[in-house]
Each structure stands twice: as structure tokens, then as C-alpha cells.
Design a protein around this ligand. Structure first.
Ligand code: ATP
Ligand code: MG
Length: 395
């Protein structure tokens, strides 16, 4: 987007949809904190808060571009725009408009007064623009698609022209914390995106098929989490080895390995949830895409799991998931070659399983011990958000 000249701030509107209740301060404070976190390393001035918007003042015009780019990744924002904040008298508003508009601009005015005690009305502002239309230096045209928005508050007027749609949703952290089961595939990163969009602060669990966690850490998984960190800010990915499960599952027959593995990763996430103050589990499962995602297998796998398991992609077709993966920038990373543990598993898995049978098979294979061992063998890597240098992987 070409930003244009003359702006001194960025206006961010969060809408009032989720602000009805007593939690308003919590939501807005969290949103402000998330914005500051996502703008790490960039230059900007003070934050001002007014009803349904945040104003970020900037000292120099060219600081605005990078801020706009980063705000595209922040949840909880309806829309935002480069803005000019001026005093709220009519002459100051007109001077402001002349400052950001120029010859050749054909502008429709939209004026709102959110502070109703001012001595003039929105229509008075428009009338004054019309009266002075000869010396404005730009054209007024009520049919134009190019709109100058004038928003008048108790102490100032905010002028902006190019609105950018925000991601919507809720600020990350307002719904608690979730562990996202991240495979190397296309679906789970999209599920992570939707979990974040509803306010979950996320960490990731990935089960890898390598002998050494550093091989997994050096793989595309780190890149995948890095792309998602543009949205989440700083996060962590836990790498758990597959081989302990694999040894334990050997006697259970290949037909059940898939559903046992699913149960295993749910249980491992549940252990993380218990130990790490995590509220819920998120997976990239849809319904019926593959054998492991039949209703029967999903319920056999999750029997006895105490935490809520969210499956944000439940109603999506594969092509819709792919389209979304492209939009959020994970698709090209997901399709890179990777040694996915799923490809190690059986060709002909059971599509219908009995929950009691699966629970027994799981317990008698010694999965409780396998879980403890796997948990102890987990390695963790910090993933930094935009603006933060990567701290690198820690085993
Ligand atoms: P994806 O595209 O996300 O890999 P999929 O269509 O391949 O999904 P499955 O392989 O059945 O389907 O995986 C379903 C979900 O289980 C994944 O979206 C992910 O949440 C979780 N999962 C699968 N494999 C792993 C793994 N190795 N580590 C962590 N989670 C996994
Ligand atoms: Mg997969």
C-alpha cells in the first residue's frame, strides 16, 4: 500500500463487539500489549486510547510503513489506517485535510463525532468544507470511492483515508493457553492460526522421527513455527521423539497403530497441559479426511482425555484449508520434504475401533511408561516473534 504524505500516527480500531462486558479493560490491555510486542524493534511514540480505537503516534512519517505491515498479523483488530491527528476545531480539521490530500484527489467526506458535547455537528464540518471547496487544493465528490474519514473525539480529530482490514478475532491470550499438535503437514498450522484467532496463546508439540532432536529442530518445523510466530509473537515448540511410542506399540498390530498414536499424542499434550498451565489442546484434524479421522477413531483416541480438544478445521474441505494455508504463509513450508512420522505407519489402518478395546490395547502396551519416557526426552526450542532475534534451539 502506498501510504502517502503527511501522516503522524496510525489509528487502530478494534470494534466494540467483544467489549460489552466487564472484561473490556482486560481485552484492551491485552491487545495493547500484543501490539507493542509485535512492533518490537520499530520506532514509535505514545499510545492513546479512545473508546474503540488506539492511536499510535509516530515522530517521523517513514516509521508508519513497517508498523502497518506488522499490524496485519495482530488478532483483535477490525481495521487500521495511517492517520493524521489534529486539533478538533473545524479550521484545524480543514488544514489537516489539505496536508494529506493534494491536487487530483477526488474525495468523499465521512465525518463522525464520537464526542457529542462539541459546539458543532458533523454536518457543520462538511458544510465548511463545501464552502471552502475553491481553496482546498483537492476536489470534493460525494460519489467518490476515495473516502476521507474524519473522526472527532474530545480532544482531537483523526483523519484517515486508506483503511486496511485487520485479522479480527480476539487478542491472543484472552482465551488462555493451548498446546497445538503440529505435524509437518498443511492442516495443523492452519488450525494454529484459528486457535490464535480466538484468543489462545499457543505452544506447539511436534513428534519427530529422528534419533536426535537437533535434526528435527533444524528442519522445516522451526520455519513453520517461525511463520506462525508472526501472528503469535514469541512461542515455544516442544519436540518429542517417536521411537519410544513405536517400540511400545509393536505388539499391538499395525492396524491400530494410527489410533494408538493419536491417543498417545493427546495424552502427551494432556501431560503438558497439566504441567505447564495449559487450558486446551488443538489439532489440525478434520472429519473423514483420512482413516485416523473417522468419528469412531477420534472418539476411541480421545476417551479419558480431560482437557477440551479443539479441532478448528472440522468443517473445512481440504481445498479451503490449502487456500488458507497459502494466505497465512505456511503452505510453501508445509509442502517441503520432511520425514513425517505418519508415513512410518500402516498402509491399511482400521477405520472403526472400539474405545474400550483401544484403551485396553494402549494400557497393556505399557503406554503410561512410554509417555513418561517421551515426556522426559522432550526438547524445547524458543521461537521469537517479529523484531526479536532467534534465541536458537535448546535441547
Ligand atoms: P496435517 O496436514 O496437519 O498433517 P493430516 O491431514 O496429515 O494433518 P493426520 O496425519 O491424521 O492428518 O494428523 C491429524 C492431526 O494430528 C494433525 O493436524 C496434528 O494436529 C496431529 N499430528 C499428526 N502427526 C503429528 C506429529 N507428528 N506431531 C504432532 N502432532 C501431530
Ligand atoms: Mg499429516
Amino acid at each position: 500500500m502506498k501510504i502517502g504524505k503527511g501522516y503522524n500516527s496510525v489509528a487502530i480500531y478494534f470494534g466494540e463487539l467483544w467489549l460489552k462486558g466487564r472484561n473490556k479493560n482486560f481485552f484492551v490491555d491485552t491487545l495493547c500489549r500484543n501490539i507493542k510486542d509485535r512492533l518490537a524493534g520499530l520506532k514509535y511514540g505514545d499510545f492513546d486510547l479512545w473508546r474503540d480505537r488506539i492511536i499510535i503516534h509516530v515522530n517521523e512519517e517513514d516509521e508508519i510503513g513497517p508498523i502497518i505491515e506488522r499490524l496485519r498479523y495482530v488478532f483483535g483488530i477490525s481495521w487500521f489506517a495511517p492517520a493524521l491527528v489534529v486539533g478538533n476545531s473545524i479550521p484545524e480539521i480543514i488544514e489537516g485535510a489539505k496536508h494529506i490530500l493534494g491536487r487530483g484527489d477526488r474525495i468523499r467526506l465521512e465525518c463522525h463525532r464520537s464526542y457529542k458535547l462539541l459546539e458543532y455537528r458533523s454536518s457543520d464540518v462538511v458544510s465548511e468544507f463545501l464552502r471552502r471547496s475553491g481553496d482546498l487544493g483537492f476536489e470534493l465528490d460525494k460519489n467518490s470511492e476515495d473516502v476521507l474519514f474524519i473522526s472527532i473525539t474530545i480532544s482531537s480529530a483523526i483523519l484517515h483515508r486508506h483503511r486496511v482490514a485487520g485479522l479480527g478475532g480476539l487478542p491472543i491470550g484472552t482465551s488462555g493457553r493451548a498446546v497445538v499438535l503440529l505435524s509437518g503437514g498443511i492442516d495443523s498450522p492452519v488450525a494454529a492460526f484459528y486457535a490464535m484467532r480466538r484468543g489462545f496463546d499457543v505452544v506447539y508439540l511436534h513428534v519427530h522421527g529422528y534419533d536426535d532432536p537437533h535434526t528435527a529442530m533444524a528442519s522445516k518445523m522451526h520455519e513453520l513455527a517461525g511463520q506462525l510466530a508472526k501472528y503469535s509473537g514469541k512461542t515455544r515448540i516442544y519436540y518429542a521423539p517417536f521411537h519410544i511410542f513405536q517400540m511400545a506399540a509393536m505388539g499391538s498390530g499395525p492396524r491400530y497403530e494410527l489410533v494408538l498414536f493419536k491417543r498417545f499424542i493427546y495424552m502427551l499434550s494432556e501431560k503438558m497441559a497439566d504441567e505447564m498451565n495449559i487450558d486446551a489442546i488443538v489439532t489440525g484434524e478434520s472429519l473423514g479426511q483420512v482413516a485416523s479421522q473417522t468419528v469412531s477413531n477420534l472418539s476411541s483416541a480421545q476417551g479419558g482425555v480431560r482437557h477440551l480438544i479443539f479441532r478448528p478445521l472440522i468443517g473445512f474441505d481440504k481445498n479451503e484449508i490449502i487456500e488458507m494455508a497459502r494466505r497465512i504463509g505456511t503452505y510453501d513450508i508445509s509442502i517441503k520434504q520432511y520425514r513425517d512420522v505418519c508415513s512410518i505407519k500402516a498402509r491399511n489402518p482400521a477405520v472403526k475401533t472400539d474405545p474400550i478395546f483401544i484403551k485396553r490395547a494402549f494400557d497393556s502396551a505399557g503406554m503410561k511408561i512410554a509417555l513418561e519416557k517421551t515426556y522426559a526426552a522432550m526438547a524445547v526450542a524458543d521461537i521469537n516473534g517479529p523484531g526479536g532475534a532467534s534465541e536458537g534451539a535448546k535441547a
